[in-house]
Ligand binder design. Structure first.
Ligand code: BGC
Length: 907
């Protein structure tokens, strides 16, 4: 006998068959799939996991590393490996089988695997290597069209060769850089990651990547070669704080490579090849490659055969410079998905805006670069400049880029068809200006390559309003363009920093759109690395360019982000890992504000950033976030079983709420400052006594009415605005804000052609044109934090907050005004949840699917005298559906796994 469900999608630490895991006890995860889609209420009652050190052993159903035995549990996520201790490089194959409610057991799943990384500092035998001296680029070559930007440097090319005596059975390459790297073996690029090893505080922690390179090696002569870029390590990142141009070399002056290749031969012997003084280095065609400046590539200086076992040029190769490893800097496995090219875009149009100057429209504000195809004579210089918008005359608008030049130049070698892609730079753009092109360029001359941290898509949302569908697209494009190793504010100007305020307001939306669990696992380590000795979390993580401690709503990301990851994925480890850091942050706030009111303002207090004619008092916002932190900490402590702490923080939260109310709220529920955001934060953060909440909600609605039915919230208020309205019984007002196309609204930017979320409501207006170019990005995700409301309220897909991680799901859709249907899907950690509703005269249809081994409470908008059918039968007779209770205007049912179609006929 087998069960009606099978375990699928086995993952380890959120990743598919990962290599380079350094969690000593990795967590395992699977989903359950019904064998037949019509089956309902499937439950796992027990599981057995086998982990084996060989694939063959696993075939034999032996778990020599771990056999969990039959464990009575419905848990299928975050199962902590509890077998024998794992060693560096250990390969683990695993499978799982499950028992259902009738105690029938399934077949074992197909096998999945993970592989441990290098677990100790002592595993690293290689040394940092680089060029003896790299000269500034403009000494080496004329970059006059760019002007002289300090801090640019040519990319080092590094190589070694080695003779392998026998055929290779298994080979793993461990590699990292101070800077960014690209490795080639025998002329072939290794892996498909870009900008590896990613951005961390290189003074404390540097990530490495692990690659299976077995197939790339051969018996006999082999070459291992690499190119380095400056990246975040010594290239330009952030802004010119003092106009002095010191926004480069944040961590060091020159890029370095650290590499280790472990080879196992067929006869069982092994060999390790490392970066050391046997390598050679040279300058090559990359004149410079910098995130903000762009890349200049002179193909005439290519090093023939630089990555092949036999090289043609010899004279330019010099011995490398070698540096010892610093034991104070941890070298850790990259825990999240690498940055990859995930899509290519073909330009839509090309216009010659002045003689020889062509502007391409990619049709989408995107992040990445373009591939150029060109043919011409040696020395011809083709230039590409990138911009988000156009000037009225059709030329590209670059003033909002500030000092970021976003310019790539390619100098031809003159050998027929040439193809150029930059190596270590990315741009935020919709338009590309091409100049210096020999001949008449065609659309095919350029291809857009979309690049970002490759977090798997998990959400889709569609409805009857095309503008809202475009809004959802813009939100996703904003997320793609800004999740580049860290969640950045913007991808184009001289900033691109891990702004905490932006991340905390958008994280929930981000979790619906893509699987960002591993991404935020990584970034939370950046946040905690950036915590100051006094407990202050930063404004930006990694803490660079701007060294201040975090302002209200910015520093609080240190608590809000792990809390949200816990809600969305049921992850308690992220809470455990950072608990002490969160406590220190809260202590720091408390010590600075003993009267529980945020009196100690700091000059980086941003308030409700970029609100529109509505200044929320900063002291009030600071107090609200202080209270919210205490509330979330009490819940976090409770989730971790730290009950005494939970009580303590609950008391602190209550006391802050009382102080808040005394200081800022009158007996009619008016809040000083009176902005929409004042009411939104007070309600969202539960700071008001119960009797004042409906009054405050009413004032919020009045404030919206005063603005002719428009919002005025900035980064801080915007994410909670529609949820608070909906929770307070004013969903129709939230839908009105959603549907608006007049200024200020989401619809306004869309009406004017936005394909991403703008930084400011008034980034461009019909009256005033462009806002101040000193701060006017057209790809900033914060105002897109309304996405959470679309999934969680409009489509109604939510976890049970008491049981985070979607094993018990709450479905509470809002069939809003002006929409005739909504269709949403969300790939939760337990599998796909789908929710759709449709209006047909007075009939409402709800079609929902929840995965095997989950349950849901569905709250249907209906009164108790409405007729409700499920499929073809009255709901009372439906299989897998149990009535729970009636609430105001809602009928609640509990459902087991499966697909259901409810019809509500209004009486
Ligand atoms: C960034 C923001 C950030 C803000 C702080 C801006 O320059 O682009 O996204 O949150 O500064 O006020």
């Amino acid at each position: 006998m087998t069960t009606n469900m099978i375990p699928v999608r086995l993952r380890c630490e959120y990743l598919d068959n990962p290599s380079g895991i350094d969690a000593p006890q990795p967590r395992l995860n699977w989903q359950l799939e019904a064998v037949s889609p019509t089956q309902r209420s499937l439950k796992q009652t027990a599981y057995q996991i086998l982990v084996s050190s060989s694939e063959a052993g696993l075939e034999e159903k032996q778990g020599d590393l771990w056999d969990s035995g039959k464990v009575l549990s419905n848990q299928s996520s975050h199962i902590v490996y509890a077998g024998s201790a794992l060693t560096s490089g250990q390969q683990c194959w695993w499978r799982v089988r499950v028992w259902d409610a009738q105690d029938e057991v399934s077949d074992f799943s197909p096998s999945a695997s993970w592989e441990m990384g290098l677990l100790t500092g002592a595993d690293w035998q290689g040394k940092w290597i680089g060029l003896q001296a790299s000269k500034p680029a403009y000494d080496a070559i004329d970059v006059e069209p760019m002007g002289k930007l300090p801090g640019l440097q040519a990319s080092p090319y590094l190589r070694t060769t080695t003779n392998l005596p026998q055929a290779v059975r298994k080979a793993r390459l461990y590699v990292t850089a101070k800077g960014v790297y690209e490795v080639h073996i025998n002329g072939q690029r290794v892996g498909d990651a870009y900008f590896a090893p990613g951005w961390t505080d290189y003074h404390q922690r540097i990530q490495y990547q692990t690659y299976d390179v077995t197939a790339q090696l051969q018996q006999g002569e082999n070459s291992i070669a690499a190119i380095l870029g400056t990246g975040w390590y010594c290239g330009h990142v952030g802004f010119w704080i003092d106009g002095q141009g010191n926004n480069y070399q944040h961590y060091g002056t020159d890029p370095r490579l650290l590499l280790q290749l472990h080879i196992e031969y067929n006869d069982g012997s092994s060999q390790t090849i490392v970066s050391d003084d046997s390598w050679q280095g040279a300058l090559g065609p990359i004149v410079f490659s910098d995130f903000l400046a762009g890349e200049t590539y002179d193909a005439r200086h290519e090093l023939d055969g630089w990555d092949l076992p036999t090289r043609a040029t010899t004279d330019r190769w010099q011995p490398v410079l070698v540096e010892e490893l610093n034991p104070g800097i941890r070298i850790v496995a990259e825990p999240d998905q690498p940055i990859r090219v995930t899509q290519t875009l073909t330009p839509q149009t090309i216009t010659e805006v002045s003689p020889g100057i062509f502007v391409y429209d990619m049709g989408q504000n995107m992040v990445g670069w373009v591939r150029l195809q060109v043919e011409g004579s040696a020395g011809t210089r083709v230039q590409l400049r990138f911009a988000e918008m156009l000037n009225p005359d059709g030329s590209i608008y670059t003033t909002n880029l500030r000092s970021a030049r976003q310019t790539d130049s390619y100098i031809l070698k003159g050998q027929g068809q040439e193809v150029f892609e930059p190596h270590f730079t990315f741009h935020g753009f919709r338009y590309v200006e091409l100049s210096g092109y020999p001949g008449q360029p065609t659309l095919e001359a350029l291809t857009g390559l979309v690049t970002h941290s490759d977090t798997p898509p998990t959400g889709s949302f569609e409805c009857s309003n095309l503008m809202v569908n475009q809004l959802q697209k813009n939100i996703v494009w904003g997320q793609r363009g800004n999740f580049i190793s860290v969640p950045t504010d913007c991808p184009q100007r001289d900033e691109r920093l891990g702004w905490m305020g932006d991340a905390q307001i958008f994280v929930h939306t981000a979790c619906y759109n893509m699987d960002v669990a591993a991404f935020f696992t990584k970034w939370m380590r950046d946040v905690v690395d950036a915590q100051a000795p006094d407990g202050g979390f930063p404004d930006v993580a990694p803490r660079v360019a701007l060294k201040t401690n975090g302002a209200p709503a910015w520093g609080d990301a240190g608590i809000i982000v792990p809390w949200t990851i816990y809600q969305m994925y049921g992850d308690t480890r992220i809470l455990e890992e950072h608990y002490e850091a969160m406590v220190r942050w809260l202590d720091y706030l408390h010590a600075a504000n003993p009267e529980l009111l945020w009196k100690n303002k700091r000059n980086n207090d941003y308030g409700d950033w970029l609100s529109i004619e509505a200044d929320t008092p900063k002291e009030l916002l600071g107090t609200a976030y202080f209270g919210y932190d205490a509330l979330l900490m009490s819940r976090i402590a409770r989730a971790l079983g730290r009950d005494a702490d939970a009580e303590k923080y609950q008391r602190l939260f209550t006391a802050i709420g009382e102080a808040f109310t005394r200081a800022y709220v009158d007996e009619e529920g008016y809040i000083s400052g009176g902005t929409q955001t004042c009411y939104v934060v007070a309600l969202q953060m539960q700071l008001l006594p119960e009797h004042l909440r409906p009054l405050a909600a009413r004032h919020l609605v009045k404030e919206i009415e005063k603005k002719n039915g428009h919002l005025s919230t900035g980064f801080v208020g915007v994410g909670y605005l529609c949820p608070v309205l909906t929770n307070s019984g004013y969903s129709e007002v939230a839908f009105q804000l959603l549907n608006n196309e007049t200024f200020p609204s989401w619809g306004y930017s869309i009406k004017h052609g936005a394909t991403t979320i703008w930084e400011r409501w008034d980034g461009w207006t019909t009256d005033k044109g462009f806002q101040n170019p000193a701060m006017n990005s057209f790809n900033h995700y914060s105002l897109g934090s309304v996405g959470q409301w679309l999934f969680q309220y409009v489509a109604g897909i939510n976890t049970d907050p008491e049981q985070p991680g979607y094993q018990h799901i709450q479905l509470r859709p809002y069939p809003g005004d002006d929409l005739s249907y909504v269709k949403a899907e969300f790939m939760s950690i337990h599998g796909k949840i789908a929710s759709a509703w449709q209006k047909d005269g007075s009939t409402l249809t709800f079609t929902v699917t929840i995965p095997a081994n989950t349950t849901a409470t569905i709250a249907l908008p209906a009164t108790n005298n409405a007729q409700i059918f499920e499929g073809t039968v009255p709901v009372a007779d439906a299989d897998g559906v149990a009535f729970v209770q009636e609430e105001e205007e809602r009928m609640l049912f509990k459902i087991g796994s499966g697909t259901y179609c409810f019809r509500v006929y209004a009486s």
